[in-house]
Design a protein around this ligand. Structure first.
Ligand SMILES: C[S@@+](CC[C@H](N)C(=O)[O-])C[C@H]1O[C@@H](n2cnc3c(N)ncnc32)[C@H](O)[C@@H]1O
Length: 502
């Protein structure tokens, strides 16, 4: 099994990556925040400069169905598991009780991955499984069987206030985090949480020289309370609201404060933290800040792209190892040829990230042919006009992976550029264009950006982009896939990349 570099982001299904790339007993801490079986598709919000409404693209889907390809086979493998008969019995039992439905599909998907996660965890390691009341009761049984009831440490309740209010039930305002260790030799750094000073102040009025509040008892002794109390298993941490500085627009993004508690409690500096469902990279960002090594895995290039951007915004000199995204033409062809509609969108998102474009508004896997059909991405840049007014301008991106690119596609793109009053367009193709297409593109002429003439319609080969030959793009472009993360100073020079498992 290959060694993994520190700061590695894997694009792909975490099951394959765990099996193929992560050695046994190599990780100190695992935090996972898988989709919860919520029956929803999650959209990423990104603001369009110069436009009011945020537009959405689908980030990931949380709908589980027994009839999805591979579900029955996965379930069968668990039932036939000879190494852990309890898992087999559990699956048979669950099938009897809940039947072959989305919940069982979800639980078998989770079970397979939790078995692998236990394998990669060190004997001193811990795992935190973030879930919600829709499946936490089932997941606890699965965890008890995989990690052992004796290794159950805590059920953490993450409680928050904001969000919707229910009129016909108590408003649901908590998530559950199941904390298990691999053995009884797990690391644990006791954490303190600060007291509500205003409460103490009201109650006790007396203050000692250190600023601690307390009281003088009848015995004449003074009792003053420290600022911090030992942390309980109910955590009051606000969810990220619309105005939160941390918010990147990625659905289900968790607050850094939540991850900070987990990482500080169950790892030390230099330890390896793994997040196999890393979304927009909260675990990754907090691990970096707390000087831990990290590995993130996500199945969508969109998430990988958001994390890459989040980390570069935070630490401009950071070097991240990206694994699983194509590095050459053959890899690009493989990605494009992945069966199903997901493969096509993954390919597009990946190409768009290479040229720093953002996916077109309302582009989703379910989109039907419509007005903006054919626009895959947009690069928006700003320019000052003669009256010194800031003007936003668009470059329309069309990404094609078909083996026979044709002239009508260039004509279509030209039409879209005109209709949208865009400055220009970039047609990115996996396979070489025909001469007619090249001629057609030249007919479009040029546009000016700061006295430089840029072809109005550029045709680019994916292979060229991979070799660093980029289309001409106005430099002031504002990349706005999602909100910019706050910049953080790197305290020490950590640019040297070391293998995690040496
Ligand atoms: C609930 S989100 C995680 C959010 C994350 N904790 C954060 O703060 O941004 C779940 C993520 O798991 C990813 N995912 C779903 N199935 C996956 C799989 N089989 N392998 C890897 N990632 C997966 C989704 O793309 C999504 O980004």
């Amino acid at each position: 099994m290959n060694n993994v570099e520190n700061r590695t982001l894997f694009f792909g299904d975490n099951l394959d990556i765990l099996k193929e790339k992560i050695p046994s007993e190599s990780v100190d801490l695992i935090y996972l925040d898988p989709p919860f079986n919520s029956n929803r598709a999650y959209n990423i919000l990104h603001k369009n400069n110069g436009e009011d409404s945020p537009s959405q693209i689908e980030a990931f889907n949380d709908t589980w169905n027994w009839n999805t390809i591979g579900v029955q086979e996965n379930f069968n493998r668990l039932v036939e598991n000879k190494e852990n008969i309890k898992i087999s019995d559990l699956m048979i039992g669950l099938e009897k009780v809940i039947g072959k439905n989305g919940t069982l599909a979800y639980l078998s998907m989770m079970t397979t991955r939790l078995i692998e996660l236990k394998r990669v965890l060190k004997s001193t390691g811990s795992i935190y499984l973030h879930c919600d009341p829709s499946a936490s009761h089932y997941l606890k049984i699965v965890m008890d069987i995989i990690f052992g009831e004796e290794n159950f440490v805590n059920e953490i309740i993450w409680s928050y206030k904001s969000g919707g209010i229910s009129q016909c039930s108590f408003s649901r305002k908590h998530d559950t985090i199941l904390f298990y260790s691999k053995t009884n030799k797990y690391k644990f750094n006791l954490q303190k949480e600060s007291r509500d000073i205003s409460e103490l102040k009201k109650k006790y009025k007396q203050e000692d020289e250190k600023g601690h509040y307390g009281q003088m008892k009848k015995d004449g002794k003074k009792y003053y309370f420290e600022d911090g109390v030992t942390m309980r298993d109910v955590w009051e941490i606000p969810i990220l609201n619309q105005l939160s500085k941390e918010r990147l627009g990625y659905p289900t993004q968790k607050p850094e404060a939540l991850l900070e508690r987990i990482i500080k409690a169950s790892s030390n500096e230099g330890d390896i933290v793994l997040d196999p469902f890393c979304g927009c990279g909260t675990t990754v960002a907090v691990s970096e800040r707390l000087n831990r090594k990290w590995i993130g895995i996500d199945i969508t290039p969109l998430a990988i792209n958001v994390i890459r951007k989040r980390m570069v915004d935070h630490y401009p000199n950071i070097k991240i190892n990206l694994d699983g995204l194509p590095k050459d033409l053959d890899g690009a062809k493989m990605l494009a040829e992945q069966c199903g509609i997901n493969g096509r969108f993954d390919f597009q998102y990946w190409i768009l990230s290479l040229i720093n474009a953002r996916p077109a508004p309302n582009k989703s896997k379910n989109q039907k042919k419509g007005k903006d059909y054919g626009i895959d991405g947009i690069i928006r840049y700003n320019e000052t006009d003669i009256n010194f007014k800031n003007e936003y301008k668009d470059i329309i991106i069309s990404v094609k992976s078909g083996k026979n690119p044709k002239s009508p596609e260039i004509r279509d793109l030209r039409g879209v550029i005109e209709n949208r009053n865009a400055s220009g367009g970039i047609y990115v193709t996996l396979y070489p264009p025909t001469n007619d297409m090249l001629k057609e593109a030249t007919l479009s002429g040029t546009y000016k950006y700061q006295n430089i003439s840029i072809p109005k319609l550029q045709i680019c080969l994916v292979e060229d982009i991979l070799n660093g030959i980029m289309p001409l793009i106005p430099q002031s472009q504002e990349i706005n896939l999602c909100k910019k993360a706050e910049k953080v100073e790197i305290k020490e020079d950590k640019s040297k990349q070391k293998s995690l498992f040496e």
